[in-house]
Design a binder for this molecule. Structure first.
Ligand code: IVH
Length: 675
């Protein structure tokens, strides 16, 4: 019995870790947020009940990442306990009555639960000073540089308390999410899975230029530290003040008295939520009076005075007309369900991914079947399973390999990979690979877009993407409409691309599961393509063998888990791919991390903050110079800042630096320091 429980906990932990990686790194969740939350809750419940089998904290939800300055929250940022049905919700009410002690006097604030990233905005004497992510609840990452791009956040507050932490949720509007995904599609890149994931990734961008291209929004809902402490008596008072100061706040439902009224209001929100501009998967119910909140108390993770109610995801039934095969840039063949169009959660669904051959056989999905589909907080619909009673008598088990053959797709799977891959790249794949290679997020070869890529492949001037680096003048001149000027431009574009950062070359290889952020993490860790190419699985993952032989893995590089590690190892085990790297070398492409090779002693490891306009250096140029010399550039000033580089019209950062006694440099002294 006890061994069963131990095994169950272990299995759940691995399941949770697998989905966490699919979600965060591969951008292709296999289950909905709803199901994921339930798994995490289930694991939490079991570990609480059987602490003797509980593993180390998986750090789920801890968002702290490399490259950021950490900051302590003055008051912890807690998470919320989830409830899934009326009974669980009523139990939350009962517990409160026990603690706070007056049934009908309980006042509740009810709000939509925004599916985004929590952030804490600190104001000191009414001035916005910094934005910090939740992190582990006690300390998080300073993301002021990206959050400050959100225009709706007021910079100054009139009649503000001396210190104020405003808690809110950063999210991406559905329309913005769709716009960015259209761009990705045009570049042949894998689509972002959902707005929440994209918002989280954007908040954590180190590259401010990229962050500027993506519009984030915020809703504020909570009070952290406040000095003087008695400034607000109720949450409603606080929210009204936020509105007066100009913060975006959701005030859809008036304060409700009693748990039954709160339950009714949840129903009202359910009806309202589809018309909201942000993704929402639930309602949050909180006690209104701050004195009641205090009386209710909190655990180290959740407050007792608030709870999330998770709406069940929308589901529908429809007919699976056919299974088609989609070939991606890397040659992966993905089965896609072609559905009888059906309306689900406000949009028509006609296609859904079936992930891979195993998924189809595990669920015994057949053409002609009626399938149940679901859309939770996210955008991409999933197939949950089939409705066996509705199966047509003549439905045959789906034969994946036979279908590949019929379609003339020569594909196979390697090792324990779930996906089939084309053995030789198709023309379309070659074009898409080349577009990726030359795109802004990779080598950024000016002028090499879709039309040029198509011609290079059609004329057989390029086969593998790396061939683009050695196209000669005479060959460029073969392209339609290419006169001397365009040939010059292409030669210059390719020459410039050869000098770029290491991460670009890594990203350009198109290793499955390696996006731009992971490519940057890998470049920072390995520092050269040679080191990455010869990395063994054990350089990427630490394998831990349990007493009973079970294995678990731990990442060596933050964010590089099992799937990504295997993907890297498998990519470089292909001699063709090693030839690509060799061709990159021969073409003179930069394959080393520049920052560390030219490290300047006075600057290495030091933290800089840039503010104002410098006489000759642009922001990005200054940042580049500092980073190349081994320094770090942060968005906000703290006691950990070593230097503030101030130009004209430097604002609050300069004042803060003066207050904290941080060294201040102008452009000339920065240049001197950089040697
Ligand atoms: S109140 C003590 N209100 O959901 C925690 N949270 O799953 C008080 N969230 O950590 C949080 N919308 O990041 C609150 N209207 C809302 C919210 C909200 C989204 C987030 C928040 C919280 C998470 C819990």
């Amino acid at each position: 019995m006890s061994d069963d429980i131990r095994k169950k906990i272990l299995a759940l932990r691995q399941e949770v870790m697998r989905h966490e990686e699919l979600y965060r790194k591969k951008n292709s969740p296999e289950i909905s947020d709803f199901e994921y939350d339930k798994l995490v809750d289930q694991l939490g419940d079991l570990e609480r009940e059987y602490p003797q089998y509980a593993g180390t904290d998986l750090g789920i939800g801890d968002d702290q990442a490399e490259g950021f300055q950490q900051r302590d929250h003055r008051e912890p940022m807690l998470s919320l306990d989830n409830t899934y049905d009326e009974k669980e919700f009523q139990q939350f009410g009962e517990r409160l009555i026990g603690k706070v002690g007056h049934r009908n006097a309980l006042e509740f604030v009810i709000e939509p639960k925004i599916d985004g990233v929590a952030v804490s905005l600190t104001y000191e004497k009414g001035k916005f000073v910094c934005a910090v992510t939740r992190g582990n609840g006690t300390r998080g990452d300073d993301v002021t540089h990206n959050v400050a791009l959100i225009k709706s956040i007021p910079r100054t507050l009139k009649n503000a308390p001396d210190i104020l932490e405003v808690r809110g949720e950063i999210y991406m509007e559905l329309s913005e999410f769709e716009r960015l995904n259209r761009e990705r599609e045009a570049e042949g890149e894998a689509l972002y899975a959902n707005p929440r994931n994209l918002a989280a990734g954007t908040v954590k961008l180190l590259d401010t230029d990229e962050a500027k291209r993506r519009n984030l929004s915020i809703v504020c809902y909570g009070l952290g530290a406040c000095v003087p402490a008695d400034t607000f008596a109720t949450l409603k008072d606080f929210k009204d003040k936020l509105i007066a100061w100009g913060f975006p706040v959701r005030d859809d439902i008036p304060v409700q008295k009693g748990i039954d009224a709160a339950w009714k209001a949840i129903g009202q929100l359910d009806a309202l939520r589809r018309s909201l501009p942000f993704p929402t998967d639930g309602a949050v119910v909180k006690l209104n009076k701050l004195s009641d909140q205090k009386a209710a108390g909190a655990t180290s993770k959740f407050p007792h005075w608030a709870v999330a109610f998770k709406f069940p995801p929308d589901q529908a039934e429809t007919i699976l007309k056919a299974i088609s095969m989609q070939v991606g840039r890397t040659g992966t063949v993905t089965p896609v369900a072609e559905l009888e169009p059906v309306l689900l959660a406000g949009s028509t669904v006609a296609r859904a991914t079936l992930h891979n051959a195993d998924e189809i056989s595990r669920k015994d999905i057949r053409e002609g079947d009626t399938v149940r589909i679901q859309k939770a907080g996210e955008i991409i619909p999933q197939i949950l399973g089939i409705v066996l009673e509705k199966r047509p008598a003549d439905a045959k088990p789906f034969n994946f390999e036979a279908r590949l053959k019929e379609l003339g797709l020569d594909a196979a799977r390697e090792g324990d990979e779930a996906a089939y891959k084309l053995k030789a790249p198709s023309t379309e794949m070659k074009v898409r690979r080349l577009i990726h290679f030359a795109s802004k997020q990779c080598l950024d070869i000016d002028g090499l877009g879709e039309a040029v890529a198509e011609q290079l492949i059609a004329l057989k001037l390029v086969d593998a993407p790396v061939d683009a680096l050695k196209v000669s003048r005479a060959e460029w001149a073969m392209l339609e409409g290419f006169k001397e000027k365009s040939v010059d431009n292409m030669m210059a574009g390719v020459a410039a691309a050869k000098q770029r950062e290491l991460w670009r070359a890594i990203h350009a290889l198109g290793i499955p599961n390696i996006g731009m952020q992971t490519a940057k993490d890998l470049a920072r860790h390995f520092k050269s393509m040679d080191a990455l190419e010869s990395a063994k699985l054990e350089d990427l993952l630490i394998t831990k063998v349990g007493k009973k032989g079970g294995e678990s893995y731990e990442s060596v590089i933050s964010g590089v888990g099992v799937e990504v590690s295997k993907s890297i190892a498998s990519f470089f085990s292909d001699p063709n791919h090693r030839d690509w790297v060799q061709a990159m070398r021969q073409a003179g492409l930069n394959l080393v991390e520049k920052t560390t090779t030219q490290s300047v002693a006075a600057v290495a490891g030091k933290t800089f903050v840039l503010t104002g306009t410098l006489p000759s250096l642009g922001r990005d140029e200054a940042r580049d110079l500092i980073e190349k010399a081994g320094g770090k550039v942060s968005g906000s000033v703290s006691k950990n800042t070593d230097y503030v580089v101030a130009g004209e019209e430097a604002g609050s950062k300069l004042t803060k630096a003066q207050e904290l006694g941080v060294k201040i440099l102008d452009e000339a002294s920065l240049r001197k320091l950089l040697g």
